[in-house]
Structures are given as C-alpha cells and as structure tokens.
Ligand binder design. Sequence first.
Ligand code: SAM
Length: 307
Amino acid sequence: MPSPSNVSQRRRHPARPKASAREARPENLREYAAAWSDYELLDAGGGRKLERWGEVVTIRPEINADADALWPLAQWRELAHWEFVETSSTQGRWQKLRADAPESWSIAYRQLHFNLKLTQFKHLGLFPEQQANWRFIAERVVPGARILNLFAYTGAASLVARAAGADVTHVDSVRQMLDWANANQTLSGLADIKWVLEDALKFAGRELKRGKRYDGIIMDPPAWGLGANGEKWKLEHQLPRLAETARGLLQPGGFLILNTYSPKVGLQELAAAGLHFGQGQSETRQLWARSQTGNDLYYGNLLRAVV
Ligand SMILES: C[S@@+](CC[C@H](N)C(=O)[O-])C[C@H]1O[C@@H](n2cnc3c(N)ncnc32)[C@H](O)[C@@H]1O
C-alpha cells in the first residue's frame, strides 16, 4: 500500500466547495474509527474517498470529504480496483479500473467475516465508521443479554453482539438484507440470530404490546423511506416515536444506540430525543475517521442513552 512519502504532495486534487448549511462539529464529541488489518481509509478529499477493503481498493463519492485530498487523483486511480461514478445524486455505476478487480469478496473484522459486493447505491455492505458503535456493543454486552437491532442492514452490529454471547433479534424490511446478514453470520461461524423481515417500528410497537423487554437496542434508520403501510417515512418526523418506543422496550440498565447519517437530524434533534430517557441519561456523539494521509472525515451523528 502507498504511503504519503511516495506520492507528490504538490498535485493535490482540489476540495469541493463546502456545503453551505452545516452544523457545528465539536471536537470533544468525535469518535474515530481506527484502521484495522482488512480496512483502511487511505485518503479523502475533493468529494471522494479512497479505501482499502482487504486487497481491494475503491474510490467512492463522499459528500463530507470537503478538504483537499493529499494524493493526486491519478495516483488514486492507479491504486484502485473500482471507482463509483455518479450519474445523478442518487444513481451511478461502478467503473472497473483493474482487470483483476473482483465483484464480490470478503473481509474480516476481529473474529467476524463480511461478504462485500458492489451495490448500485455505491455501498459495499459494511459501514466501517460504525466501529465506534461496535466497540461500545462489545464492551457493554454480556452473555445472554437480549439485543434488538432495528434497520439492521447486513448485520455488523448483530454479529458483534452475537459474538459477545447476546441473544440477538435482527429486523430489516428488505429480504436481500436479511439474506446477506444471514450469510455473514454463517461466514463468521455464528448461529441463532433471530431474523425478522418487517417494518422496524411496527415490529418494535408489537414487541412493546407483547411486554417484551431488551437489554440493548441498536438502530440505524435511513433518512427517509417507506413505512409499514407504504407511507413516506422521514427520520426527522419519526425520531421522537423511535426514541419513545425504544425507551419503553428497554429493561433498567439497558442501552440505546441511535445512529443517523441524515443531514436533517443534527445533534440538537438527537439530544431532544434523548430527553425521553430523562435528564443526564443520554449523550450525543459523532462518527469520524482519519485517513492514512491525516484527513479527518465526518460521517454522522448518534445518540446513546441508558435507562
Ligand atoms: C443505513 S442502513 C443500516 C446500516 C447498518 N447500521 C450498518 O452499520 O451496517 C438502513 C437499513 O434499514 C433498512 N430499512 C429501511 N426502511 C426500513 C423499515 N421501515 N423497517 C426496517 N428496516 C428498514 C434497509 O433495508 C437498510 O438495510
């Protein structure tokens, strides 16, 4: 892998203009993901990021990469196997930059294994900046703890909790995501996660009525989507209900992690949602990563609360 020393610093590719309306990003709230053997953020800037996933290097658009990249774009393209080229704000295509570029492969994080593949939404099936949440879960979860993962995607948080001995319920409304998460469970040598194909809020509401309680709830809701009855769903509107429902489902001593990448949900909105847990029972944090070239990259906000 390259190092800053072998690349000219004179031909940086330039920063994109900064987004105009941006909330404060206080340094004391930052939680940084650290590189690990199978993943590193190599460089970031100019509206893109350069990442290594095992042996495979990708270039992807990144709206928050508004600093100057340290290495020239031509150098990025020499290193990368794939580049996601946006054709509109919501669509794009993967461009193969090397003949040996695989379309799917797997990487490890500690004892866990994840299948990666190129998706049409520029994602690969893992959000490495979630590592701060994975660390929190691994530290907090004890064997036998009941953990509910809502909007659970390909299962990274579910697997971290299951590996710590938790009894995990994983909820996602998209069948392909459950299949992908299940394959990651098998690949990681784990078993017995309970898979639920359903609208997250509908399931959580039903669990509440059934009197079910959990020791930890993890959720990473999308910024918008479709709800149980096909209605348009916007996180900024659903946030109070999500927090209230989670509060009702948690046992004394239980925790909530509510993560968001939505630009409409800032620290203030999360702090307000945290008030469902009572004064002093919650904190807001931000997910960040530092590239190997030293650029800091902001990803999103989160609420942690305890009962
Ligand atoms: C941003 S991803 C979660 C990423 C995950 N936390 C991680 O780090 O790997 C959002 C997930 O929510 C799911 N989803 C969207 N709307 C949903 C709904 N109404 N109920 C349940 N899941 C939903 C999507 O299928 C997707 O898997």
